[in-house]
Design a protein around this ligand. Structure first.
Ligand code: IMP
Length: 197
């Protein structure tokens, strides 16, 4: 069974392939020669993931899934959320995005935050199925660590005194929002193998 992951990100593709197991061949946009960026214009993670999956399914007819992730900070009413990648605006980068959050949380005692990943899947019959993965934690007071990417240096997952950027990839991947969402998705695929699909 072939399923298409609407991504050009090789790192994510590898991670999903490992979780999905051998019952599925996970291919990427590169494999179907679709390389342009897919617009992300929704104001929800669900909307963006669904748009990407539907857009590629309509072009290829192959069962397709797409993901979208955001960092949701409680004291900022869930921001940056769906705008996580571009929070600091034009010329943004990971450092500037983190600095903006640290500034906004200065003097705030509530530092609760969570990463949330949403996966939207369009199976052969064209319906829409969603999977969600969440990791709760807090925002530190300064960046720490050099692994990972994005907001990893300022995010401390619940139960650890380490930021994601201080964790080896294996440990982060075993508890991350993304791996939790992908694990649910892989479970769904394996349970439905030979039936719905
Ligand atoms: P995407 O939907 O996976 O592209 O994620 C959107 C943005 O969320 C990224 O550009 C990062 O800023 C942030 N992000 C997503 N996943 C992570 C993570 O595992 N660690 C840190 N930041 C992340």
């Amino acid at each position: 069974m072939k399923i298409l992951f609407a991504t050009n990100n090789k790192h994510k593709l590898e991670e999903v392939r490992q979780i999905a197991g051998s019952g599925f061949e996970v291919i990427s946009l590169e494999d179907v020669a679709l390389t342009g960026d897919i617009p992300e214009e929704s104001d929800t993670l669900e909307g963006n993931a669904l748009f990407k999956a539907r857009y590629i399914f309509d072009k290829t007819g192959i069962p397709t899934f797409a993901d979208d992730t955001g960092l949701e900070v409680e004291a900022l009413n869930g921001r940056p959320g769906v705008y996580s990648a571009r929070y600091a605006g034009p010329g943004k980068n990971d450092r500037k995005n983190m600095q903006k959050i640290l500034k906004e949380l200065k003097n705030k005692t509530n530092r609760k935050a969570r990463f949330r990943t949403v996966i939207a899947f369009i199976p052969p019959d064209g319906k829409e199925i969603f999977f969600e993965g969440i990791v709760n934690g807090t925002i530190g007071t300064e960046p720490r660590g050099s692994y990972g990417f994005g907001y990893d240096p300022v995010f401390l997952p619940e139960g650890y005194d380490l930021t994601f950027a201080e964790m080896a990839a294996d440990l982060k991947n075993s508890i991350s929002h993304r791996s939790r969402a992908f694990a649910k998705f892989a479970n769904y695929l394996n349970n439905n193998l030979g039936r719905e699909l």
